[in-house]
Ligand binder design. Structure first.
Ligand SMILES: NC(=O)c1ccc[n+]([C@@H]2O[C@H](COP(=O)([O-])OP(=O)(O)OC[C@H]3O[C@@H](n4cnc5c(N)ncnc54)[C@H](O)[C@@H]3O)[C@@H](O)[C@H]2O)c1
Length: 346
C-alpha cells in the first residue's frame, strides 16, 4: 500500500492508495478515528455499487445520505439535506463524515463536514479517476450557484483519503477518460514518467502507479500553496481555455475532461506561437490514444471573451500555464492584448 501524507495548516491528511482498499476500509478507519457514529454521503449511482460494501465493515452506528448523481445537485439545498440527515442521526462534533463518490460528492460532503457544527472529521473515499487524482486531495470543498461553479466553499482538509483504484472498473469509459485528462495534465506540468506510462498500449494495468504519481504532485503543490494564492495555479494547465470552451458549450456539449484536453492542446499551440518549442504533436497523439478530443470547436473571438470573464484574469494580464518541456511548466502572465492576437491564430 502507498501511504502519503499532506501537512496543512490544520493538521495532517493521510492518503492511502491500494487496489482492494475499500474492502479493508473499516479496519483502516478504526485505526485513525474514534467516533461514536459515522455518516456516509454518496450518490444514487455509487450507492448500489459500493455503499453496502462499506457499511457492512463498520461496527459503529452508521447513517447515510444518498444524493441524486450529477453536477446539477452540487447545490446548497443538497448540503441542507445532509445537515438534516446528520442531525436526525444524532451526529456530534466528535463523529465522522465519509464522502463515498466522485468529485461532486467529495466537494459537497467536504463543505457539509467543514460547516456542520463548525467542523466534523472527514474521510474521502473517491470513486472516479478525477476524484482519486485530483478533487479528494487538497481540501477544496464547495457548491455551485446559479451564477457559476464552485462560488461557495471552504478549504477543509480530510483527515484521511482512501483511494481504491479497483472501484474504477465500474466507471463508464467517458468518465474514466475525463480523469485521464487530469492525469495527462500532471505529466506535462511535473513528471514526464506519467506520460511514458500513459503512452503504453496497456496503461490501465499500471493505473495504481499512475494515480500515486499524480497524487504526489497534487500533495506537493498543495503543501506549498494550500490556499491557492500562487503555485497551485500550475494545476490549471489546460483549464484556462478549457473553462472558456466549457462555458461556450453551455456545460453540456463538452465534459470537463474533454474541455481540459482541448484546453491543453490549445495552450500548447499558443506556447509555440509565442516562440517556445512546439510540443503539440506528441500531446495530440496521447489525447487520441486515451480517447479525448483536441480540436477547439468554437469561434476564437468568443473563446477570448469567455476567457477574459474567467476568474484567472488579473488586471491587464491573464495567467497562463505554459509547458516548457514535458514535466516542467511555468505560470506565465500574458498581456491581454497579446493573448487576443495569439488566440485568433489558434
Ligand atoms: N475539490 C477540488 O479540488 C476539485 C478538483 C477538480 C474537480 N472538482 C469537482 O469535481 C466534480 C467532478 O467530479 P467527477 O468528474 O468525479 O464527477 P461526478 O462526481 O459527477 O461523477 C461522475 C459520474 O460518475 C458516477 N460514478 C462515480 N463513481 C463511480 C464508479 N466507481 N462507478 C460508476 N459510476 C461512478 C457518478 O455517480 C457520476 O454520475 C466537479 O463538481 C468539479 O468542480 C473539485
Amino acid at each position: 500500500m502507498q501511504t502519503l501524507s499532506l501537512t496543512g495548516a490544520n493538521g495532517v491528511s493521510d492518503i492511502y492508495i491500494e487496489t482492494g482498499l475499500l474492502d479493508r476500509a473499516g479496519a483502516v478507519l478504526s485505526d485513525i478515528f474514534t467516533p461514536s457514529r459515522i455518516h456516509i454521503v454518496t450518490d444514487s449511482t455509487v450507492a448500489p455499487l459500493y455503499l453496502a460494501r462499506l457499511e457492512q465493515q463498520l461496527s459503529l452506528p452508521v447513517s447515510h445520505t444518498v444524493i441524486p448523481a450529477g453536477e446539477e445537485h452540487k447545490r446548497l439545498c443538497t448540503v441542507e439535506t445532509i445537515y438534516h440527515d446528520m442531525l436526525s442521526a444524532g451526529m456530534t462534533r466528535k463523529d465522522l463524515v465519509i464522502a463515498l463518490g466522485g468529485g461532486v460528492v467529495g466537494d459537497i460532503t467536504g463543505f457539509a463536514a467543514a460547516t456542520f457544527l463548525r467542523g466534523v472529521s472527514l474521510c474521502q473515499i473517491p470513486t472516479t479517476l478525477l476524484a482519486q487524482v485530483d478533487s479528494s486531495v487538497g481540501g477544496k470543498t464547495g457548491v455551485d450557484l446559479p451564477e457559476g461553479k464552485n462560488l461557495v466553499g471552504a478549504f477543509y482538509q480530510p483527515r484521511l483519503v482512501l483511494i481504491d483504484p479497483g472501484v474504477l472498473s465500474t466507471l463508464p469509459e467517458a468518465t474514466f477518460a475525463d480523469g485521464m485528462a487530469e492525469v495527462v495534465k500532471y505529466g506535462y506540468i511535473a513528471n514526464r514518467d506519467i506520460l511514458d506510462m500513459v503512452a503504453h498500449p496497456d496503461y490501465r494495468y499500471r493505473i495504481e502507479e499512475i494515480i500515486t504519481e499524480c497524487v504526489k504532485i497534487k500533495r506537493d503543490v498543495v503543501a506549498i500553496d494550500e490556499h491557492d494564492t500562487g503555485l497551485r495555479m500550475i494545476l490549471n494547465f489546460g483549464h484556462t481555455i478549457g473553462h472558456a470552451a466549457e462555458k461556450l458549450g453551455g456545460y453540456t456539449d463538452l465534459t470537463h475532461g474533454q474541455a481540459v484536453a482541448i484546453g491543453m492542446a490549445a495552450a500548447m499551440r499558443l506556447s509555440a506561437l509565442m516562440g517556445n518549442a512546439d510540443l503539440t504533436a506528441p500531446l495530440l497523439s496521447l489525447l487520441a490514444h486515451i480517447g479525448l478530443p483536441s480540436a477547439l470547436p468554437y469561434d476564437r473571438e468568443e473563446i477570448f471573451r469567455a476567457l477574459l470573464s474567467d476568474k484567472k484574469k488579473f488586471g491587464g494580464t491573464v495567467n497562463f500555464i505554459l509547458v516548457r518541456e514535458p514535466g516542467r511548466a511555468e505560470i506565465t502572465p500574458i498581456d491581454a492584448e497579446a493573448l487576443h492576437t495569439y488566440i485568433l491564430k489558434l
